[in-house]
Design a protein around this ligand. Structure first.
Ligand code: 6GU
Length: 235
């Protein structure tokens, strides 16, 4: 997979993409991440990338011209046109289901905005899908783009080691994870559940499944309702 990122702050993307699973996936060439600075495509002497909104109002709006020029330059670097994604709080909320869908694509072109937003013609003219990472406002799309990259790259075949598994992830079947324990058997009076020490794998699996359901019901009732209605619809 190739992931392009169009941003005014490529430097922000350094360390989050240089550790652990994402680092390994890049080293193994499972993903190529290419950062492009939109400001490099600003042509005037001030290298302007934003301007005041038509109709008035606070803040600044990202200009079409540098964005389109940057986009066209980047898109031409590969024969695969890619899926264009604008990171914006107006977007569809990112879910694990969406992450799985994105991880199957050959190329993503992520566009991270700043200021009050993008000129609307950037969205329409680049035929971009919009994604948000939650109902709160960040100062720019960069952190959201990094979240998308992290979530997607760890699902690429070969990115997770044998000992890890995406199948057990929270949300992988609409439920939260079961509780995990490691040594020691007792810590400050808190004991590891007996059933995990017994070695009966059938019982352990059943217990873990019950824990997933119970924790989802207690902590994420809206996910639990969805889980229950899925079961009903499938039976
Ligand atoms: Cl994608 N961008 C910004 N600026 N804020 C957000 C977001 C994106 N997702 C949630 N909040």
């Amino acid at each position: 997979m190739r992931i392009d990122v169009l941003t005014l702050f490529p430097e922000m993307f350094g360390s989050p993409l240089e550790y652990s699973i994402i680092k390994r996936a890049r080293e193994q060439r499972l993903v190529e991440i290419v950062l492009s600075n939109i400001r490099d495509f600003a042509t005037d002497s001030y290298r302007k990338v934003d301007d005041k909104p038509y109709g008035g109002g606070p803040g600044m709006v990202m200009l079409c011209k540098p964005m389109f020029d940057c986009f066209e330059h980047v898109q031409a670097q590969s024969t695969e046109p890619g899926n264009v994604i604008l990171l914006t709080p107006q977007g569809q909320p990112l879910t694990q289901e969406k992450v799985v869908e994105l991880s199957a694509l050959p190329r993503l072109i992520l566009i991270a905005g700043r200021y009050e937003g993008f000129d609307e013609r950037i969205r329409t003219g680049l035929n971009a899908e919009q994604i948000s990472i939650g109902d709160y406002v960040l100062s720019g799309g960069e952190l959201a783009a990094m979240v998308v990259i992290d979530a997607v790259v760890r699902l690429l075949p070969g990115a997770l080691g044998d000992e890890d598994s995406a199948a057990d992830d929270s949300f992988s079947n609409g439920l939260l994870e079961y509780p995990q324990y490691t040594r020691p058997e007792e810590f400050r009076g808190m004991k590891v559940p007996e059933i995990l020490l017994g070695g009966d794998h059938g019982k352990i699996e059943k217990w873990r499944n019950e824990q997933r359901i119970e924790r989802t019901r207690k902590w994420r009732p809206e996910l639990y309702e969805k889980y229950i209605s899925n079961i009903k619809n499938n039976s």
